[in-house]
Design a protein around this ligand. Structure first.
Ligand code: SF4
Length: 363
């Protein structure tokens, strides 16, 4: 049925630019290669999970080197993943343990609240130890390469965007229902059987739920592409834990001017953190960048972001220049963004994208 109202999700399978920039993702979707987290599960780490944080991180570095080697061998057809025994302690087990420890003085994101989420809340995001989801369903409104996308909406967010379209879940971390990693794994496995191209972790934001999602991937036995659909404000430690587990980073790059980020999303150090994480994500796996055009923010944000992408990641990164901004939630407190963008603003944004040399735009 989705093929009728999203024919672009079928034609994109023949889009050579999309295929080139997301080649491994397509191979996972088409069952030619295993999802990265399954490879991560086969990497042996020689460490006792009760040792110090420093020793665990050193073992993690070693494990990542082995992961990259195994991934190349699997992708080149030199090694069949099913021939590699699941080790006693895998790189993914180690990631789950490190995430569990981070939760005790939370620094999953660069807010670095340092709160112990195993004994209560108190961080900026308000997310507790146990993750909560507001909904999960087969999403047909995502980018064409992703549809149908099995999307899981976690409650809570590390930002306070004053115009958030999902404010009823992002700003209310206690909404929704508690969910276990085991349940999430079963849901993802079922979705793949029902034709999902990927499991899409979003919210709110997935970052405060990294411990749950890594544990869910560790439970999941089915090869399904994993998509990290994030505001990209996660910490360096979280970035390292994500390495080797995600097939696609579906990023949000909204602000270039720090004053804009602070005023409208209530977040400091935006460009510093988000640009770093874009570089790391691009080095680790494949990337789709979303840029939401904001009213009156072409010269301060849209233009420099699009230039930054070409300069730092190249012209072939799949980029979605989005026009769907709506002034909702608290936007009426900010007269300058209390309107939709004009057709001239959107045209201008698309022209800039072409002028700066971006060659792989989501149509
Ligand atoms: S995820 Fe970020 S905002 Fe939430 S408690 Fe942890 S450090 Fe704070």
């Amino acid at each position: 049925m989705w093929r009728v109202f999203r024919p672009d999700a079928v034609t994109v399978l023949r889009d050579q630019k999309a295929r080139k920039s997301l080649s491994r993702y397509f191979a996972v979707v088409e069952r030619k290669l295993p999802a990265r987290f399954l490879v991560c599960k086969r990497v042996k780490v020689k460490v006792d999970l009760s040792v110090s944080n420093g020793e665990l991180w050193r073992a993690h570095e070693q494990g990542l080197k082995q992961f990259r080697k195994l991934l190349v061998d699997v992708d080149d057809g030199k090694v069949k993943l099913s021939d590699v025994k699941r080790p006693k302690v895998s790189l993914l087990d180690l990631k789950v343990e490190l995430a569990r420890r981070i939760l005790k003085s939370c620094h999953f994101c660069e807010r670095r609240c340092g709160v112990d989420r195993t004994v209560g809340k108190g961080g900026v995001c308000g997310v507790g130890e146990r993750s909560r989801i507001a909904s999960e369903f087969m999403h047909h409104g995502e980018e064409s390469v992703l549809v149908p996308s099995y999307t899981i909406f976690f409650t809570g967010c590390t930002f306070h965007c004053q115009f958030c379209q999902n404010w009823d879940i992002s700003q209310y971390p206690d909404s929704g229902v508690e969910v276990s990693p085991q349940t999430l794994a079963k849901l993802a496995e079922g979705a793949r059987r029902n034709g999902a191209r990927n499991v899409n972790w979003v919210g709110g934001n997935p970052d405060p739920n990294l411990h749950t999602i890594l544990a869910a991937l560790n439970e999941c036995k089915t090869s399904i592409a994993s998509v990290w659909n994030s505001n990209m404000y996660y910490s360096l430690e979280a970035a390292k834990l994500l390495f080797g587990t995600q097939d696609v980073y579906l990023s949000d790059f909204k602000w270039y001017d720090s004053n804009c980020a602070l005023r409208y999303s209530k977040v400091p150090k935006y460009l510093e953190v988000v640009s770093r994480n874009h570089r790391l994500a691009f080095e680790d796996a494949e990337l789709i960048i979303r840029h939401l055009v904001m009213p009156g923010h072409i010269s301060c944000c849209t233009e420099p972001i699009l230039k930054w992408i070409v300069k730092n990641l190249g012209p072939m990164v799949r980029t979605n220049v989005m026009s769907q901004y709506r002034p909702i939630y608290l936007a009426d407190k900010y007269p300058e963004i209390n309107r939709r963008i004009t057709s001239e603003e959107y045209e201008n944004a698309l022209n800039i994208a072409k002028e700066v040399g971006l060659q792989n735009l989501e149509p």
